[in-house]
Write a protein that binds this ligand. Sequence first.
Ligand code: ADP
Ligand code: MG
Length: 697
Amino acid sequence: MSSWQTPIEKLKGVGPRRARALATVGVHTFEDLLRYLPRRYLDRTTVLPIRSLRPEQGGITVVGQVRAQGLVEGARGRSRFELLLDDGTGQLVCVWFQGLNWIRKQFRPGQWVAFHGVPQRYGARLQLVHPDYDKLEEDSSGPLRTGTILPLYPGSRALERVGLSSIAIRRLVYTLLQEPLPPLPDPLPGWIRERYSLLPLQQALTLMHTPPDWESLERARRRLKFEELFYLQLLLAWSRGGEHPVSSGPRFAPAGALFNAFYSSLPFPLTEGQKQAIREIYRDVRSGRVMNRLLQGDVGSGKTVVAIAAMLLALDSGYQAALMAPTEILAEQHAAVLREYVEPLGVEVRLLIGGMARGERARVLQEIATGQAQLVVGTHALIQEDVRFHRLGLIVIDEQHRFGVLQRAELRRKGLSPHLLVMTATPIPRSLALVLYGDLDVSVIRELPQGRKPIVTRLVSESHREWVYEFLEGELSRGRQAYVVYPLVEESESLDLENAQEGYRRIQARFPHRRVGLLHGRMPSGEKEHIMRAFKAGELDILVCTTVIEVGVDVPNATVMLIEHAERFGLAQLHQLRGRVGRGPHLSYCFLVAASGRTREAEARLRTLVETTDGFQIAERDLQLRGPGEFFGTRQTGLPELRIANLLTDQDILQEAREAAFALVNIDPRLSAPEHQELACWLRSRYPVSLELARVG
Ligand code: ADP
Ligand code: MG
């Protein structure tokens, strides 16, 4: 009998080449293949006849035969690829504008294919633009004739190259299911499976590949979703040390000289939201319990001022405060802003980043250790590396969604329990915040400071760029400044994107009498800072840059944000970029220059941005468009990736999984009981970090 850990190459139908291709999608062993799940299922009830399609009907599937296909020359030499699909009830055109060399080799006349997308009206015809597709059996009577549910597997180029289409993968899985294999170990403890009526793992996985009906499929899915969410919750439970964490924290003194001097020196009245946030923070730091607070506020809502107030409360009580930014350039900018506010009060700001000279770094480390450095700004390295604080009372984290949620555990591992203030411009629906951050309290700044005018946003096609340049020139001649932003070039893709360097030359050529600067991520940090300073001081008119300016930059005199290849950016990112203008008294403008022939998702993102400047609305749209996994960037956070569960739509299962995880952590925090060995073993192999957390908790 073989084992589940048998290399996939040992399976009939898999040779060395296929084994290598399967490895690229994470399938190394028999078990991996069993866990390689269909991404979609078809049967007669889910496929629509082409004749019945209506424009803009969301996410439909059609199945038919390829009748004709070929490249079509479009306007201005831009080709597209078109395919004519026939399902016996009607015909439909599928269109691609990009990746033509790949797509033109994918189909053969007569082939059965399933296409998924949103039908759009184009002239007299209906078409699908850049649809998803699955190639089906070459059976003349049609693939859906058997009354069963047809699983469709995620494909990739590497898989297709070795003949592993969806059908071929399905055959491999059938072969695997014939193998004599021992029962698959189930990480979920029996008592949890019973309490929540969950199928055993092996049965659930088998059903996913060969569902006899939709109801069984749903039961199988529920079991697998539960498992994923259970691991997520277990990790969070550990990172907090159970439902009731030990929570004593430094008790700060009443507001003192620094705080009061800062408060009365502010050049503007605080908004209600800012005042409320400061009151809430004050209550926390005076309580004797440790603060765990999330400060939400849209771009430009003035979170920095709130953070400074909090840090001065720490200083007034004889504690140190630290501010962590996601990148070095942002750390540098934060340091500069902080200095403007606190140096007049006699407080010095220390910056600790990677690019420092060794001697200077040693000096700063020394000052941090002796407590001479009261206010320290840096990146994540501030808590990761061997930085020793004398008396750390508060950590402020800017733009938390890039950091993740595990800092608290990291700090605890170092034996620290400072107050924690996490600032984010990404509004998170309340229910999700609870699940993800649990005991984090939330302060929200809802309004922008008085007198801000909404930023005028326009979507422009590439052919109208000259018009935008003329407009930009008009703003410059009034003494304003402008950003021109390019997406980062991914070298691996042959996509013909201009990078910032080329853009820089083009802008220089178009505006020969203007002072143009270039800023991108690969420049040495000293140079970056120099350019930023020059732009801020008004010594540059136009700043051409990559997304290094995405968050935090503050130049109130800049009124134009021109974003090239806007279709390549995510919604939240576009919103952040737009937030770089409209920070002063002048009316500001954002131009989104986008290629024609963009995908449906890109179009939806750009439209959203044109329609609203409300960050909360934009975040909600973003969550819908991208799904929670990417929205929260769970990959960077070190949280398990959700492959089948959905944080938005599976809230019921999430609640149960949460209950189960906290119950387990309360009974057996170290997973030492025999009935938890399978789980411990699985976690150790998948999420080594989580076990470290278990040791801390
Ligand atoms: P964000 O929330 O995006 O971090 P910032 O803290 O950078 O926003 O603030 C944006 C700009 O608004 C800064 O120039 C800041 O000085 C200014 N600002 C902050 N609070 C107020 C206020 N109450 N009234 C007017 N301007 C303010
Ligand atoms: Mg900010």
